[in-house]
Design a protein around this ligand. Structure first.
Ligand SMILES: [Zn+2]
Length: 358
């Protein structure tokens, strides 16, 4: 299967429709690994969010990026080891970077990560000490750096470090240096996916490729690796939720609890900018669908009044995002800023109560 081939009927690449499943419980999972959840989410805001964290927490952008890169590389390593055990066993050096990179490049194009090309390796034969890649229009430069570092570490089974530099507005060069230090065999485990609640969301699917019909509202530029929402014009990408969780947890661990409200507020701001008032007021059914098509979870109840909004989400993907989204919805629908009390229940549900901020 050529994953960058698109469906003639709906325009969705086969690399999406054949490898991912939109489930009735509000999640998106990989066909090959149903425990691996994905969200299909606006990505423009990410680099803005790192900048905001750096400003509001008074730490350098380099430090934020360092944390993002190291946590993302850890998650990528775990993911690759889990899904591609053959890379780390027999074939690693027969496969080599060219093959790995062409897989990563095609994957990047359909997932909305940008255009990735292999620059070269040194020495040219044998075990590489240094590998260079270029990326154009990255969905998020530090997340991509983390991905690439993790991939190299799995392939070489050694720790690596990297440097990145902007070549121009769109292009970046990333150099990974592989160290001599071997990675421990069981250095990191993928956390088991939490048990999920069942749901009854149903999608009208494309008769030709089986992807949800609603995906026709997004367009894939497979030359550049950019996915856009045709209505809002905003860019989206597919993110593994375990990777995002790892990044946010690492930021909280290193920089403290102040990280969480900053992420929530950045997401609130994004929602207010991107969503329409009509959409925010569209009610349970529509909002449930909007959340599910992005793999965010299953909205099970919603009540909205000017002085109070309550919502419960089963199988919540990234609670910080969902709380930010809910605050944005409240603000758009009622015309006033909100304050959210939220908690994760014992059964995994996310319960949110929003009242006007005073
Ligand atoms: Zn189709």
């Amino acid at each position: 299967m050529k994953i960058t081939k698109t469906c003639r009927e709906c325009g969705v690449p086969l690399g999406i429709s054949r490898t991912m499943r939109w489930n009735s419980d509000g999640t998106i999972t990989q066909v090959s690994d149903p425990a691996h959840r994905m969200i299909f989410f606006e990505s423009d805001n990410l680099d803005r969010m790192w900048r905001r964290l750096s400003r509001e927490l008074a730490v350098t952008q380099e430090h934020i990026w360092e944390l993002v890169i190291s946590s993302k590389s850890r998650a990528t390593r775990a993911f690759l080891r889990h899904t591609l055990p053959w890379y780390v066993n027999t074939a690693a050096h027969l496969v080599g970077y060219r093959t790995l990179m062409s897989t990563i490049e095609a994957q990047g194009l359909v997932m909305g990560y940008g255009k990735i090309t292999l620059g070269g390796q040194y020495p040219r034969r044998g075990r590489p000490e240094r590998v260079t890649v270029f990326i154009e229009d990255p969905y998020s430069l530090p997340l991509f750096c983390g991905d690439f570092k993790g991939s190299a570490e799995v392939l070489e089974r050694r720790r690596s470090s990297l440097t990145y530099q902007a070549l121009d507005e769109r292009r970046h060069q990333i150099d990974v240096t592989v160290s001599k230090e071997r990675l421990e065999e069981e250095y990191f485990h993928v956390r088991d996916g939490a048990a999920r609640k069942r749901g009854e969301i149903s999608y009208v699917t494309c008769p030709s490729c089986g992807a949800p019909r609603e995906l026709a509202q997004f367009s894939w530029d497979l030359g550049r690796g950019i996915i856009r929402d045709n209505e809002s014009g905003r860019r989206l990408a597919f993110f593994g939720t375990a990777g995002m969780r790892e990044v946010f947890d690492e930021l909280v661990h290193e920089l403290g609890e102040r990280v969480t409200p900053t992420i929530i507020d950045a997401e609130r701001e994004n929602t207010v900018e991107a969503m329409g008032v009509e959409e925010a007021r569209s009610g349970l059914e529509r909002l449930r669908f909007l959340a599910a098509i992005r793999g965010l979870g299953l909205l099970t109840s919603l009540s909205m009044a000017p002085e109070r909004m309550e919502a419960v989400m089963a199988n919540p993907a990234i609670p910080e995002y969902l709380v930010g989204l809910a605050l944005g919805v409240f603000e758009l629908a009622t015309g006033q800023k909100g304050r959210c009390d939220w908690r994760l229940e014992g059964d995994g549900d996310l319960r949110m109560e929003i009242v006007p901020a005073r």
